[in-house]
Design a protein around this ligand. Sequence first.
Ligand SMILES: NC(=O)c1ccc[n+]([C@@H]2O[C@H](COP(=O)([O-])OP(=O)(O)OC[C@H]3O[C@@H](n4cnc5c(N)ncnc54)[C@H](OP(=O)(O)O)[C@@H]3O)[C@@H](O)[C@H]2O)c1
Length: 316
Amino acid sequence: MRVVIIGGTGHIGSYLTVRLYEAGYTVLCVCRGERKPYRDHPAWSHIQYVHLDRTAEEGAGNFGERICELNADAVIDLTCYTPNSASQLVQSLDGGVCHLLHCGTVWVHGHSVEVPTTEDALRQPFGDYGIRKQAIEHYLLNEAHTRLPVTVLHPGHLVGPGWYPINPQGNFNPDVFEVLAAGRELTLPNLGMETVHHVHADDVAQAFVCALTHRDAAVGQAFHVVSPRALTLRGYAEQIAAWLGQPARLAFLPFDEWKTAVNERDARVTLDHIAHSPNCSIEKARRLLGYSPRYTSLEAIQEAVAFLRKQSRQQP
Ligand SMILES: NC(=O)c1ccc[n+]([C@@H]2O[C@H](COP(=O)([O-])OP(=O)(O)OC[C@H]3O[C@@H](n4cnc5c(N)ncnc54)[C@H](OP(=O)(O)O)[C@@H]3O)[C@@H](O)[C@H]2O)c1
């Protein structure tokens, strides 16, 4: 079976491309060729690269056609961020592939009501990214599905060796892990009871392969792809401190006070994460796709942090 993966060398693609190859698929990886995958693997020498700039091709109205020409049985779209991108691809693929798999985000939910959030929860997205991803999901599952079989997978915060995960303050500042490692005081916004929901990139890759292999159950459906359980910021900080051999010395401030002590970007990213506070159920993916994440949130985070701390110690 021929599978095209659009964006196959990024966080998810670094695992998914390899998994697809190992599962026996013929894999065509569409990217610009500007970056290396996050992991070395012998599989990369067997992947067929198709170098395309999606933005430029879409601007010229050609992207969908270029993908269609690859004669794939299935297309996995990891880099679709606007409804226009989705509709260009769908119109070109119309009837030409057996399965289109789109990568969404748990941000489509916006504020949670009942947690863990299930896929059938009312969508109340906020913020440009979540609103656009929800519009894409709506288009794919409510309009495009009459033209071709579609599945939407919604990952949480991606984690893997090679990049810093969302930290216990809800932003990407790597110093937070060093503060915990040194046993220094870490101040968390509010009471530290807001949540983050990580997932190892390899577990997202697993879910895409499960969706391909359980096609009949997957078509027309959306699935959360996260770790088994979300973390509170406070619990996250305590567990990481313990893992680093330190007591957690935590302080708490209301967000508006807390933000004055961090830079503007960290404050903005934290607000985005605590406002969303995702906590999603994976029961649907477990039941219909056989999704079985290998990593808890903490296991995935520990692997990523250990990798990056080791790398920074080795740097001259
Ligand atoms: N990051 C998260 O925590 C998170 C959470 C939930 C959902 N998601 C979703 O996950 C999906 C994939 O994210 P990711 O983090 O794996 O992606 P990523 O690491 O940003 O990787 C992007 C991939 O697309 C390629 N690419 C980028 N610009 C391109 C262009 N103009 N034309 C062709 N190829 C291009 C890149 O290779 P080149 O640069 O070589 O072209 C790379 O292979 C997205 O749909 C995102 O919404 C992400």
